[in-house]
Design a protein around this ligand. Structure first.
Ligand code: FE2
Length: 276
């Protein structure tokens, strides 16, 4: 074998190995990320409790049901106190509702509460079908997942505001944000991180938990991911400090659109609640 032929064969081997890894391994190689979540005014009885964020599950043809069910089991084993799902429960297709009926009864619940918000994909094609979102909500709520659509709920003194989806044009933050008592603990859920840059936050200070980006799904080492569905391209994944004493956490999500991930493993986040 000539040197040139050897190098070409070796390069082809590396490329096909990386392709196989990107397609077969990393999309299902879940990372459980453990972090502290410092919340101002957190009642003492919630200090040390856990809140699990699961995002962008994308039940649909391209995400393997067995992978999702094993992810749900791993979360249940963490025995979380609160579970929040930050949107994109489904990737809509003709059999979506049957798949939801099969998969979501196994969704892990929090000991105290389980909340969810909708993402753009929950509104079906072009994010333009509120009737699909309604059907998703009607299937999830009887399973014990309370879907917050521009609403606030309170659990043991912690206010949780769940905002509806921005791209689907159902994002109506003013009323729920005005309802939050700024003297007490609060967390806001908003699927699309671009929403943090809108002039709508009514003086809210604290954490905003998001998803939507999937971390870009593929990221060259030392460079930002090239494909991100946000206007503000800072918002990849992880923690960001924002103006107005707000902080943002973007989950890399559990599922995917195309089944490829490279250097952006899927994520479930378990936060330990702490008094700030
Ligand atoms: Fe998504």
């Amino acid at each position: 074998m000539t040197r040139r032929k050897f190098l070409v064969t070796a390069a082809a081997g590396v490329a096909s190995g990386m392709g196989l890894y990107t397609w077969r391994v990393e999309p299902h190689w879940l990372e459980i990320v453990r972090r502290a979540l410092d919340v101002r005014g957190l009642p003492a009885r919630l200090a040390g409790r856990t809140l699990v964020q699961i995002s962008d599950i994308h039940v649909g043809t391209r995400v393997d049901d067995d992978y999702l069910l094993s992810t749900f089991r791993r979360i249940a084993d963490l025995r979380p106190d609160i579970v929040v799902a930050t949107g994109d429960f489904i990737s809509h297709h003709a059999g979506s509702m049957d798949q939801i009926r099969a998969v979501y009864p196994h969704f892990p619940k929090g000991r105290l509460a389980t909340f969810g918000i909708l993402g753009n994909h929950d509104y079906g094609p072009a994010w333009a079908h509120p009737e699909i979102a309604r059907e998703v909500v009607d299937l999830l709520q009887p399973l014990g997942i309370t879907i917050l659509r521009n609403e606030v709920r309170e659990i043991d003194g912690l206010q949780i505001a769940g905002l509806d989806d921005f791209w689907a044009r159902h994002f109506r933050p003013l009323e729920p944000l005005r309802r939050l008592d700024s003297g007490r603990a609060a967390i806001v859920l908003s699927h699309n991180p671009d929403t943090v840059d809108l002039d709508v936050w009514e003086g809210y200070e604290g954490w905003i938990l998001s998803g939507h980006t999937h971390g870009g799904q593929c990221k060259p080492p030392f460079l930002p991911p090239p494909l991100l569905p946000v206007q503000n391209r800072r918002y990849t994944s992880g923690e960001f400090t924002l103006a107005g004493n707000r902080r943002l956490y973007i989950s890399r999500g559990v599922g995917h659109l195309l089944r490829v991930r490279f250097n952006v493993r899927p994520e479930v986040t378990i936060f330990e609640l702490r008094q700030a």
